[in-house]
Design a protein around this ligand. Structure first.
Ligand code: A2P
Length: 274
């Protein structure tokens, strides 16, 4: 990342992972398969279970990269600090590797959206300076949100986690991030599963002797975007990290890059109402 710290190149997503044993077991399974990166968030309502999975894995805390995110109802300086306390308590961790602002305050909802995002960011900077969060970043920020934030920031965001998958590449945001040395992470790299029966991807998967999920994940990596595939199924969790023994050819990369819009959530950070 732009702060010199390293981040494992595939992470386990935990959005829509049911709380309780399912989440505990998914995290333990991933860590035993070799994942060293878990992507969590307060709003996923499963952080206590994610934390238990980490604790029960037997893998030293220092070897695991853990991310969480401050939810939209906790924007602003004081609320963000309080949200961090709750998240770190729920996860049972005294520091996080990465803490993200989950969604930007948007002009659609708040005339003073820039100020709200800056206040949230000041709290993130404080947590970073206190050593409670090793890296800080954002999620779902588009260039205009980033531009307004960076203008008065003391620390650059290390990461922008956005929706990114075949059929939805957000080229303007990715270009902005690359120009500013901000690492792009992909949420829903499989289009929340909507891409798994895509005929174009199935053809490429067959040619490579891999699954569609592996093609989507590998495609992210070859674009230097960090994928965060979610699964609660042991065989899929394992499959999703077995993506280092093959390469998608430039011709197939071009075919995927040219896919028309598909698999998207339809969520526009400037239009959300949550
Ligand atoms: P499950 O969690 O039941 O295993 P995304 O990461 O884009 O959000 O996609 C997550 C969805 O894709 C979940 O429904 C998940 O199902 C499914 N999924 C994850 N990995 C695979 C895989 N390797 N093969 C098929 N489906 C997968």
């Amino acid at each position: 990342m732009n702060n010199g710290l390293e981040i494992p190149s595939v992470g386990l997503g935990t959005w829509q992972t049911p709380d309780g044993d399912t989440a505990i077991n998914a995290v333990k399974c991933a860590l035993s398969d070799g994942y060293r990166h878990i992507d969590a968030a307060a709003v996923y309502a499963n952080e206590e279970s994610v934390g238990r999975g980490i604790a029960e894995s037997g893998i030293p805390r220092s070897q695991i990269f853990v991310t969480s995110k401050v939810w939209n109802t906790n924007r602003g300086y004081d609320a963000t600090l309080r949200a961090f306390d709750k998240t770190s308590n729920d996860l049972g961790l005294d520091y996080l590797d990465l803490y993200l602002v989950h969604w930007p305050a948007s002009p659609n909802q708040f005339p003073n959206w820039k100020e709200i995002n800056r206040d949230t960011w000041r709290a993130m900077e404080r947590l970073h300076k206190e050593g409670r969060v090793k890296s800080i970043g954002v999620s779902n920020f588009m260039p205009h949100h980033l531009e307004a934030l960076i203008l008065k920031a003391e620390f650059m965001p290390a990461v922008d986690q956005i929706e990114y998958h075949p059929g939805f590449m957000q080229p303007e945001t990715v270009k902005y991030c690359k120009e500013h040395d901000i690492l792009v992470e992909a949420w829903s790299p499989l289009g929340t599963g909507r891409l798994l029966d895509n005929a174009t991807l199935q053809g490429i998967a067959e040619r490579n002797g891999k699954s569609v999920a592996q093609i989507c994940i590998r495609w992210c990596l070859q674009h230097h975007v960090l994928p965060l595939p979610k699964s609660i199924t042991p065989a899929r969790i394992l499959q999703n990290i077995e993506v280092y023994d093959f390469e998608i050819s430039p011709a197939d990369m071009a075919i995927i890059d040219a896919m028309p819009y598909c698999g998207g959530s339809g969520l526009d950070p400037d239009k959300i109402d949550f």
